[in-house]
Design a protein around this ligand. Structure first.
Ligand code: B16
Ligand code: MG
Length: 219
């Protein structure tokens, strides 16, 4: 039986993925770079700074931006994003997540957050679910972001559970790659076309029941 569950946040626990997209789209539009939802798939799970690097590369603008401008753009995106999540509450927790957190607690399974977002702790507070988490990894504390395995390895360590006894839940291509590389068992939230057909997948979070996790673990 698994002993720990490592949760991604954006796109798994709540719909912040949409707000990240809107904030990046506005920033890119202002720079004259057109990004769409397909391109956005490559930003999911990727840190703020690496996302900005990818957008500037996509718009062939990398060489035109100084370090100071880069920092200012990253701050501008986050300022817009923070306004968008200002009113977050319990109502923004995706369907099925609260019952899953409760069931995991009941079964004494440890829970950790493995999100690339520096806004993770604030969001958990706003949604009133912080208390379910035994640990929250600070994404700034790991050397390499997703798709590197670092944050999932750190998340397993933070709850004192070997990676081989953990399930990781992710909605992004970079995140699934990170989980696979860490030795944790992945469950994807999304489509095979984005996340691959070689892992357990649900198309919506209400399918993430305790029984479903148990079945995936046993298979
Ligand atoms: P922040 P996750 C990731 O969170 C998002 O998917 C990604 O779009 C975002 O750029 C990244 O967090 C950093 O977020 O700017 O708030 O620090 O999916 O790993 O929970
Ligand atoms: Mg995500």
């Amino acid at each position: 039986m698994f002993k720990g569950v490592l949760f991604d946040l954006d796109g798994v626990i709540t719909d912040t993925a949409e707000y990240h997209y809107k904030a990046w789209k506005k920033l890119a539009d202002d720079l004259g770079i057109t990004i769409d939802r397909k391109f956005n798939e490559s930003l999911k799970g990727v840190s703020r700074e690496d996302s900005l690097r990818l957008i500037l590369e996509y718009g062939e603008m990398t060489d035109q931006i100084t370090d100071a401008q880069f920092q200012a753009l990253a701050t501008e995106k986050n300022d817009n994003y923070v306004v968008m999540i200002e009113e977050f509450s319990e109502a923004d927790v995706f369907p099925g997540i609260l019952p899953l957190l409760k069931a995991l607690k009941q079964h004494k399974i440890k829970i950790a957050l493995a999100s690339a977002s520096k806004n993770g702790p604030i969001l958990l507070e706003k949604m009133h679910i912080s208390d379910y988490f035994d640990a929250i990894v600070n994404p700034a504390s790991v050397p390499n972001g997703k798709p590197a395995p670092d944050i999932f390895i750190a998340a397993a360590e933070s709850i004192n559970v070997p990676v081989t006894d953990c399930i990781g839940i992710e909605d992004s291509k970079a995140g699934i790659a990170a989980i696979k590389a860490s030795g944790v068992l992945p469950i994807g939230v999304g489509q095979a076309a984005d996340l691959g057909s070689d892992i357990a997948l649900v198309d919506a979070t209400d399918k993430l029941t305790f029984d479903y996790l148990t079945t995936v673990w046993a298979s």
